[in-house]
Ligand binder design. Structure first.
Ligand SMILES: *[C@@H]1O[C@H](CO)[C@@H](O)[C@H](O)[C@H]1NC(C)=O
Ligand SMILES: *[C@@H]1O[C@H](CO)[C@@H](O)[C@H](O)[C@H]1NC(C)=O
Ligand SMILES: *[C@@H]1O[C@H](CO)[C@@H](O)[C@H](O)[C@H]1NC(C)=O
Length: 224
């Protein structure tokens, strides 16, 4: 259930108004999250620890960077597209040496979770009851960034994780009623969807509490 219990947060900031203009509304991106946002932290952290790291090998990186970069993707991640669109550098991973963090830094690590790993021993039926705790953790992280002066926060929801190939492989079922009309695992999608409803509620609460900030829910579920 890694995909469900993720804490996933993206922060775009214009801390100093002197450096922000209409054409360049943001001067830095700070990114927090898991494999959806990691631009190279995980591969640095596991170097010499894991005998074989799949993210260091093709097909990772092949469609855009021509080589693996530590992204859990064959090309760019959403955070890369946002950076390029805002004419900012691709957000440098925190754990890579020799990076310039003036225009932001990426703390996302593949496999990161919002809650402790003990939660991963729970069954699918138990997981739903932890969603409010996950939302609370995400909301608290957002609040602490807002208190420190963040001006724009993007909180993306979950993907339909029950459609992801690794989930379909790991949790394959012989019971046809576990699948929807698209061949996705229903339970996993239901929980992701429920998480997103709760996250949207939290976003509304944050918007009311911090009216000067831009707090945005990014719908990764329906955009799939
Ligand atoms: C950024 O995205 C907007 C909206 O899609 C588009 O109008 C603009 O041209 C993009 N800018 C860059 C630099 O890609
Ligand atoms: C969420 O956090 C608030 C205050 O931080 C607390 O009162 C509430 O019980 C928490 N809810 C859950 C489900 O953890
Ligand atoms: C398949 O799943 C449904 C719904 O969860 C259940 O009612 C049914 O008994 C299951 N069938 C088999 C053969 O296990």
């Amino acid at each position: 259930m890694e995909q469900l219990l993720l804490c996933f947060l993206l922060l775009i900031s214009c801390f100093s108004h002197a450096y922000c203009t209409k054409e360049q509304p943001y001067n830095a991106i700070f990114s927090f999250g898991n494999s959806y946002a990691d631009t190279g932290n995980y591969i640095t952290l596991v170097k010499g620890v894991l005998p074989y790291d799949v993210f260091e090998h093709l097909p990772y990186g092949m469609t855009y960077f021509d080589q693996p970069t530590g992204r859990g993707c064959d090309g760019r991640l959403v955070v890369d597209f946002i950076a390029q669109n805002l004419s900012l550098p691709l957000v440098p991973p925190y754990f890579s040496k020799g990076q310039d963090y003036h225009k932001g830094v990426n703390f996302a690590v593949i496999g990161s979770t919002a809650l402790s790993l003990d939660y991963f021993r729970k069954s699918i039926s138990e997981v739903k009851s932890y969603v409010p705790v996950v939302i609370n953790t995400t909301k608290e992280a957002a609040e602490s960034l807002l208190e420190q002066g963040a001006t724009t926060i993007v909180l993306p929801g979950n993907l339909p994780t029950g459609c992801i190939p690794i989930m379909l492989t790991l949790y394959a079922s012989t019971n046809k009623s576990d699948y929807d009309h698209l061949g996705c695992l229903k339970h996993y999608n239901t929980i992701g969807y429920y998480h997103n409803i709760k996250l949207r509620e939290a976003v509304v609460q944050l918007q009311l509490k911090y009216p000067k900030a831009k707090i945005i829910y990014a719908d990764y579920y329906m955009s799939q």
